[in-house]
Design a protein around this ligand. Structure first.
Ligand code: KG4
Ligand code: ZN
Length: 335
């Protein structure tokens, strides 16, 4: 079957046409219009600007996705759309556009959770990946450890109690003068620095839980930078990026170890924008090898927000019988 998917939860307008046939999944098109250049001017995503930019882009992006896939709306079997979580104004643009498209063309409409979508990006390239598994979704807006019992049953077993992991990368980058979003540049700088230069605190919440707190770690790095500036001392951005990244990866590895122990799962999946981080990828590969568990990560091109991931999850929701009617609404939070 062919699914047309729409994603507009944050600062990327995306549409994709993907084909599913049993366990065969093919991305026929995956068009992404990034708004980053606009939001860069403000140092972060401005929600109203994001909504307006989605309005401008969504129709053109969708027809580009159909054209690139070589199909027309008539060939599509179902429309999938991100319905939550995300920026509410941004989500509403995608949800209403998808509703109009689906109901005017008599196609089933499938609401998709954005977090589940990130995880589902992995299905395109890992033919052997099947639930159950443990997933770490690490992005600009989310940090969750999830027990994936089936393609559609997710149980969040750990989460951040404050900042998301990508948010911490971006905020530290911003204080060092990196353009928004700083995550990818932090990754590059960290490869050039000494990760033992500064010892930063852990982001793993102490105790018998699977939660993180990236706010304390972020504040420790920012305080360190301010202290250096006040003393008139220069600092190495590379060393700070490397030391911060080391604290992040060690925290993630610690909680993943506890999660594998408690869930007894033998497969680990990472997903989300921060899953593109080369140091995190290497640390988790090493972790999985030592723990003798299977490890899956998406290619970098499918880590950030994109509609193909929404199509993949949409397919499994469709098989499970999930359908939306004309009352479908967007939700900023939740499952
Ligand atoms: O999944 P995503 O595109 O959007 C959300 O759903 O939030 O993730 C964006 C986040 C940003 O915080 C960005 O800085 C971060 O992913 N990111 C990275 C890297 N590439 C993107 N963080 C660390 N290292 C990277 N290589
Ligand atoms: Zn995302």
């Amino acid at each position: 079957m062919l699914i047309l998917a729409i994603e507009s939860s944050c600062d990327e307008t995306s549409a994709a046409v993907c084909e599913f046939n049993g366990d065969e999944r093919v991305i026929r098109s995956n068009i992404i219009a990034s708004q980053i250049e606009t939001h860069k001017l403000y140092g972060g995503v401005v929600p109203e600007i994001a909504s307006r930019a989605h309005c401008d882009a969504i129709s053109g992006i969708t027809y580009e996705a159909l054209d690139t896939a070589g199909v027309t709306l008539g060939d599509i079997d179902a429309v999938a759309v991100t319905s939550n979580p995300g920026l509410i104004g941004a989500l509403l643009v995608g949800v209403n556009f998808a509703k109009a498209l689906a109901f005017a063309n008599n196609k089933p409409l499938i609401p998709v959770n954005h977090i589940k979508g990130h995880v589902a990006a992995n299905y395109y390239i890992h033919a052997d990946l099947k639930p159950p598994f443990l997933a770490l979704v690490a992005s600009g807006g989310h940090t969750s450890l999830i027990k994936v019992a089936s393609y559609t049953d997710y149980e969040t077993v750990g989460r951040t109690r404050d900042d998301a992991i990508g948010e911490a990368f971006d905020k530290v980058g911003r204080v060092m003068g990196l353009p928004y979003p700083g995550g990818a540049e932090m990754d590059r700088l960290a490869s050039l620095g000494d990760n033992t230069a500064v010892k930063f605190p852990s982001a793993a919440v102490i105790g018998d839980n699977l939660d993180f707190s990236f706010s304390g770690l972020k504040t420790a790095v920012i305080n360190h930078l301010h202290n250096s500036e006040q003393k008139g001392e220069s600092y190495s951005k590379e060393d700070i990026a490397a030391s911060f990244t080391k604290a992040v990866t060690a925290s993630v590895v610690k909680k993943l170890g506890m999660a594998i122990d408690s869930t007894k799962l033998s497969s680990l999946v990472i997903a989300g924008g921060v899953a593109a981080n080369s140091h995190l990828r290497a640390a988790l590969e090493d972790f999985a090898k030592k723990r003798r568990i299977s490890f899956y990560m998406p290619p970098r091109s499918l880590c950030g927000d994109n509609a193909a991931m929404i199509a993949a999850q949409g397919y499994y929701e469709y098989l499970a019988g999930v359908r939306a009617d004309t009352s479908l609404n967007a939700k900023a939070t939740g499952k």
